[in-house]
Design a protein around this ligand. Structure first.
Ligand code: LLP
Length: 431
């Protein structure tokens, strides 16, 4: 099994978070999202203890809510003492409604509107991760009007291509996010920020990508950012107090994927940062990281019921399920791999190569191709594993399909935390 929250019980059924998922499919209907709270807490604790051990007690992991943004997750984040990354007024609203202390929130985005900036300050968001000059001036203006000093970080593009294993000089310079070190635009924005009376520049942020298995891109980024801190100290007389290295650590979707050791990665990144701090005579900055996927992905599972079966001789077998791209668009968008099992008989010989299709009127509406399963039958419960990140968060009502319900599993208990959308929900905003 790809994760230790999966098992098989005496009935030969798949269990998740200690619960028989075939029973949960019967109780709540399908499609259904499951969320294992204990797994989320375990990941939070791994990041929290590894970061504090590696960087000191003022280090803090921030959960990137774009991976899964619902009120209940912010209760867990508050209880675990995490910070959060928010990317829109809608995420701020959700975190606030979930009772999260907003001084531990970092507001991201390449195009925060004046209304977003005003709303975020009204809600008391602790930090703005400032992306560009227009935004900086709008933050200054709003902070002045409110008579406050707003803490910010500046989002810097370090020029790393995470999928090449090494820093390449132009890799990420062409990005809609942040300001590049290489073009000098990062320095210009920092100099401008230092002149703003209602803005307190706390340091820098970078984010190099997502679903990264190797450590080298992160240690490369750490090295570039520490050198940049030293260079800005020498050129502008300003030393950053905080460094945020973003998110991006990979998760295991398939058996052949590595199991990333987050604590070990963090220790390796810390070693690079400490070496550079010594070499450049810098104090260790307050460290932040922003994991999203690696906090919630393997805490999630989606259950479907198998419907139509279609074998086209010489081509393939389509296994259609009662969900699809509206609840999980990631295969259609990125050809993302997933492990798929028949939850009611996961141990039977998997001898049929299947294409798992959704129910939308669109040929590209597939959940996965080339999956080996025991010959599926109408009524089987199909489980797609590791769907906690960027599934519900990216769900739509395409083809007027209501979004599924979500059930939280915790210490053997199941609780409905998101009701299944109704047809009335589909027309609610229509006048
Ligand atoms: N911080 C920033 C500034 C980010 O842009 C992201 C992700 C994260 C943190 C969290 O990264 P993570 O730890 O989750 O890799 N929809 C895509 C993923 C987009 C990620 C965008 N930014 C997917 O489904 O794979």
């Amino acid at each position: 099994m790809i994760c230790d929250n999966l098992s098989i019980n005496q009935a030969g059924h798949l269990c998740f978070g200690g619960r028989d998922v075939t029973e949960l499919a019967q109780k709540y209907g399908t499609p259904l999202y499951l969320l294992d709270e204990n797994k989320i807490r375990e990941h939070c604790r791994t990041y929290m203890s590894a970061m504090k051990q590696a960087f000191g007690s003022d280090a803090l992991p921030l959960y990137a809510g774009k991976a899964l943004c619902i009120k209940d997750i912010y209760r867990i984040m508050r209880e675990e003492g995490m910070g959060i990354d928010v990317v829109s007024s809608g995420e701020i609203y959700t975190a606030d409604a979930g009772g999260f202390p907003m001084e531990r929130a970092y507001f991201h985005g390449n195009n925060k509107t004046d209304a977003d900036i005003s709303y975020a300050m009204e809600r008391g968001v602790g930090y703005f991760v400032c992306d560009n000059e227009e935004e900086l001036l709008s933050i200054e203006c709003e902070a002045e009007a409110r008579g406050i000093i707003q803490k910010i970080l500046i989002r810097v593009t370090p020029g790393i291509d995470p999928h090449t294993h090494k820093a390449i000089s132009t890799g990420n310079v062409d990005s809609k996010f942040g300001v590049a070190i290489e073009t000098g635009q990062a320095e210009t924005l920092i100099a401008l920020a230092l002149k703003q009376p209602h803005v307190s520049l706390e340091g820098y942020h970078c984010h190099i990508g997502s679903q990264i298995f190797e450590t080298t891109p992160f240690t490369d980024a750490a090295e570039i950012m520490m050198s940049f801190i030293a260079s800005m100290r020498d050129r502008l007389g300003y030393t950053a107090k905080e460094l945020n290295l973003g998110g991006g650590m990979g998760v295991r979707y398939l058996e052949e994927h590595p199991n990333v050791d987050y604590a070990k990665n963090i220790a390796q990144i810390a070693a690079v940062i400490k070496d550079l701090a010594r070499e450049k005579q810098l104090d260790l900055p307050r460290m932040r990281m922003e994991p999203g996927r690696s906090i919630v992905a393997d805490a999630g599972m989606t259950l479907y019921t198998v419907g139509a079966l279609k074998t086209i001789p010489g081509f393939r077998t389509y296994v259609s399920v009662d969900g699809g791209m509206p609840d999980n668009p990631r295969y259609a968008l990125y050809q993302s791999p997933y492990t798929v099992l028949l939850a009611n008989r996961p141990q039977q010989t998997a001898d049929t190569v299947c294409t798992i299709a959704g129910r939308c009127c669109e040929s590209g509406d597939l959940i996965q191709e080339g999956v080996l399963l025991p010959e599926p039958k109408r009524g089987d419960v199909l489980a797609v594993l590791t769907t906690g990140a960027y599934n519900y968060a990216m769900a739509s009502n395409y083809n007027r399909i209501p979004r599924p319900a979500m059930v939280r599993l915790c210490d053997g208990q199941d609780t409905l935390i998101l009701r299944r959308e109704t047809f009335e929900d589909l027309i609610r905003n229509e006048l």
